[in-house]
Design a protein around this ligand. Structure first.
Ligand code: ADP
Length: 249
């Protein structure tokens, strides 16, 4: 299968800091691809570049739908979203004073369905929202305020919010960060189901090595703003350059 997302030779500086320096990345359609690297290696900057939150200085990013982003052809985040690319953030972006189901309602609206209100009131979209909450395991908490959810539950809600848009590819920013081990297993298992049953591609930034190694087909390793290695979890784990990157910093 082809690649659903490709990054070629991308660079990005902040003042004198080279956050990305000629980095490349390929995400094969249907894969669960991991992106790892020491702190400050440029992973978040790359996520921001791919999702239109940062302009790049050089190189190109090939998004679904044959959209090519360059320095001179930037793209707005909502346009990226409409190519079928969904993203979670390290700090979840939900409305804490709305209930869980109300958050789903708002996300449905943002999906940009023309006749949205009638669809929600006729129940079609609402049923889908409830189905997705059931899928992530939050259906019992529909009426709870999102701000009262645990950190792990908020991550699940954010996951459900992204699924409303029927994404082709989901970028996950530290899905296992700060959540307890049983929640980590639950999140990992949901990712596998979405990947295997619905063919959703994943690109995952994560520091929890056990989680990354356990779930990803392929891993790209970043160091000082560029990709220094890629391969299966086994290949990456035994790559001396990877060990050095982690130990050296
Ligand atoms: P990672 O996600 O791998 O930890 P980042 O992409 O967050 O790495 O950071 C890469 C480098 O770019 C770091 O040196 C960081 O301090 C710098 N950086 C990232 N964003 C900004 C910004 N908005 N302004 C200045 N420096 C930044």
């Amino acid at each position: 299968m082809g690649n659903v997302l490709e990054v070629f030779d991308v660079s990005k500086s902040f003042g004198g800091i080279h956050a990305l320096e000629g980095c490349s990345l390929q995400v094969e359609q249907g894969s669960i691809t991991g992106l790892i690297g020491p702190n400050g290696s440029g992973k978040t900057t790359l996520f921001n570049a791919i999702t239109g939150y940062e302009r790049i200085d050089a190189g190109s990013i090939h998004l679904p739908g044959e959209i090519i982003v360059t320095k001179d052809r930037p793209i707005a985040p909502d346009k990226v979203f409409r190519t079928g690319l969904g993203r979670t953030f390290q700090l979840t972006r939900i409305f804490p004073r709305l209930s869980v189901i109300e958050n789903m309602h708002v996300a449905t609206q943002r999906k940009g369905l023309g006749s949205f209100f009638s669809r929600w009131s006729t129940g079609q979209e609402q049923r889908r929202a409830v189905e997705l909450l059931h899928f992530v395991g939050l259906d019992d908490l529909q009426e709870h305020l999102a701000g009262e959810l645990s950190y792990g539950q908020r991550k699940l809600l954010e996951f459900a919010l992204i699924l409303i848009a029927d994404p082709k590819i989901i970028l996950l920013d530290e899905p296992a960060g700060g959540v307890n081990p049983s929640m980590i297993n639950h999140i990992g298992e949901r990712i596998r189901v979405l990947n295997q049953e619905q063919g959703i591609t994943f690109l995952i930034v994560e520091h929890n090595m056990e989680f990354v190694m356990g779930i990803c087909d392929k891993i790209t390793v970043f160091h000082r703003g560029t990709n220094i290695a890629e391969g299966s979890p086994g290949e990456v784990r035994n790559n001396p350059a990877v060990l050095e990157a982690y130990l050296g910093d």
